[in-house]
Design a protein around this ligand. Structure first.
Ligand code: ADP
Ligand code: ADP
Length: 231
């Protein structure tokens, strides 16, 4: 479970304050697939970066998997992040001159797994995204949708409980976006909690739960209301 209570995040640049999150409250339960939408600049990326322990915040409480992670130091945050969280980004963030196998290997090496364990995780996760046969290929030899699948494999290889996705389909055409969405749905059904920021209301509608961020605060449409809207 992921719980944020009254989170406040203020950026200060050249003495100008920007309130990215104001009293932000959210609970994401084990097994949820949550889509986060909202206008540009509303605080979605800030929320996701804090959720992923990439960024700190000014006030409030953040509890992840029963652990209060509000006041951890950098080293402690990295440990929790590496063990519990996988990230997917809009532009895939693959390393162009490494083949798929080595791309998935990068975070596993960083975490210090032995060669045998790394091989098991890499092969298993590339298999899961349907790219096991292309391990020796470079990212540039794949379509955008396939590159995003590699990024998903890299995240899954860490065996995260939470997958955080920032516009994972933002650079993909409709068909590829739907195929990536189908993969994420399957991953969620296999037990990984997913939080996905998206601009696309059609994709958001495919998840269990939609959250709207506006002016650094959350509002929520319950599944019942989503159904009512459609009728
Ligand atoms: P936000 O500010 O909402 O987080 P970003 O600034 O990260 O969005 O923008 C991500 C990219 O998505 C940008 O290149 C932006 O032009 C693009 N984008 C904006 N609106 C949409 C949309 N409705 N559908 C797809 N992409 C969009
Ligand atoms: P979204 O993802 O919904 O587009 P962001 O979380 O990126 O929104 O941004 C929320 C607000 O915080 C915006 O006003 C943005 O300009 C500001 N902001 C985000 N990152 C920084 C930063 N590093 N420094 C200063 N202001 C920032």
């Amino acid at each position: 479970m992921l719980t944020m209570q009254s989170l406040t995040k203020t950026y200060v640049t050249d003495n100008v304050q920007t309130h990215a999150l104001r009293e932000f409250n959210l609970q994401v339960n084990e097994g949820d697939f949550v889509a986060v939408t909202g206008p540009s600049g509303s605080g979605k990326t800030t929320f996701l970066n804090i959720a992923g322990l990439l960024e700190t915040f000014n006030q409030g409480t953040y509890t992840l998997d029963g652990q209060n992670v509000s006041a951890l130091n950098d080293k402690q945050r990295s440990k929790v992040r590496n063990e519990k969280i996988g990230f997917i980004f809009q532009n895939f963030n693959l390393i162009p001159d490494l083949n798929l196998y080595d791309n998935v290997d990068v975070p596993l090496r960083y975490r210090g797994f032995n060669a045998q364990e790394r091989k098991r995780r890499i092969e298993q996760s590339l298999e899961r995204v349907g790219l096991a046969k292309r391990m020796q290929h470079l990212p540039s030899q794949l379509s955008g949708g396939q590159q995003q699948r590699v990024a998903i494999a890299r995240a899954l290889a860490g065996e995260p409980r939470f997958l955080l996705a920032d516009e994972p389909t933002g650079n993909l055409d409709t068909k590829m976006a739907h195929s990536v969405m189908a993969l994420l749905t399957e991953i969620n059904q296999n037990g990984t909690t997913i939080v996905m920021v998206t601009h696309d209301p059609e994709l958001a509608a495919q998840t269990q739960r939609n959250i709207f961020v506006r002016d650094g605060k959350v509002s929520e449409t319950t599944p019942e209301l989503v159904v009512t809207d459609k009728i």
